[in-house]
Design a protein around this ligand. Structure first.
Ligand code: HEM
Length: 216
């Protein structure tokens, strides 16, 4: 690969990296300037949760996008999208524990084991952890076929996260519905629409796995 192409790829990588970090920076800025509305604690938790699910859904969209438009470039950034999901989901839990529970471990444990929406959210985060840890190229090489099986957990994680938001709905189902429809489409498209070009490539592990894997 020539130097110009490599430089452009590097530049795009940094652009996506910085853009993905922007919601956290804006949130921090708004928190410092006390610009988070009447219930800042809830706003922080909701905002971080929303970005976690957005990155998860984006990482799941990489393969359908490749099949639909033939774009292979997003494959290079899938690992980053998955790791950003993990980053925002972890901050989401930390914000919940800090601002809503005040690190009362007894209440926290009760919430994480007794409230259905928190239980499924917690399981989703726990399942995301091995994916984040094994997202490197060296781990992919080391785990071989097991890596593919492990990373299929992302489908279960996505369903758990959807349940997490559905279980919280009190009156307005629209957000959960949109995320649900999008997930249904992403998964259905993945399985039933076999693009002819995908056939030959399916042997490459990176093309078949959603979530936290990415080629740099
Ligand atoms: C680790 C365990 C988790 C806990 C304790 C937790 C807790 C919460 C809480 C307290 C809320 C706000 C409920 C409300 O008062 O309206 C929330 C909302 C949300 N969480 Fe989680 N969560 C967890 C994991 C996750 C994960 C792993 C994701 C995504 C990857 C996620 C995504 C969301 C989303 C999208 C919302 C709704 C945001 C909105 O309505 O705008 N959560 N969560």
């Amino acid at each position: 690969m020539d130097i110009a192409k490599k430089t452009v790829q590097r530049l795009i990588w940094w652009m996506i990296f910085s853009l993905s970090l922007t919601p956290a920076v804006i949130l921090l800025f708004n928190a410092i300037s006390q610009n988070l509305g009447a219930d800042p604690a809830k706003e922080i938790v909701l905002e971080l949760g929303t970005w976690a699910i957005n990155f998860l859904w984006c990482s799941l969209a990489v393969t359908p996008v490749r099949k639909l438009f033939g774009w292979r470039a997003p494959l290079k950034y899938r690992r980053m999208l998955g790791l950003y999901c993990y980053f925002y989901a972890t901050l989401h839990l930390l914000a919940f524990a800090t601002f809503m529970i005040g690190w009362d471990l007894k209440i926290l444990l009760q919430e994480l084991t007794e409230r259905p929406y928190a239980v499924v959210g917690f399981i989703a985060l726990l399942l995301l952890t091995p994916l984040a840890i094994t997202s490197t190229k060296s781990m992919q090489r080391r785990l071989k076929k097991n890596w593919l099986s492990l990373h299929k957990l992302v489908y279960i994680i996505a369903v758990l996260v959807l349940l997490h938001i559905v279980w919280q709905v009190r009156s307005d189902f629209s957000e959960a519905l949109w995320y649900g429809l999008l997930l249904f489409w992403l998964l259905a498209y993945r399985y039933y629409k076999k693009a002819p070009s995908a056939k030959g490539r399916a042997t490459k592990p990176n093309d078949n796995v959603v979530g936290l894997k990415i080629q740099r």
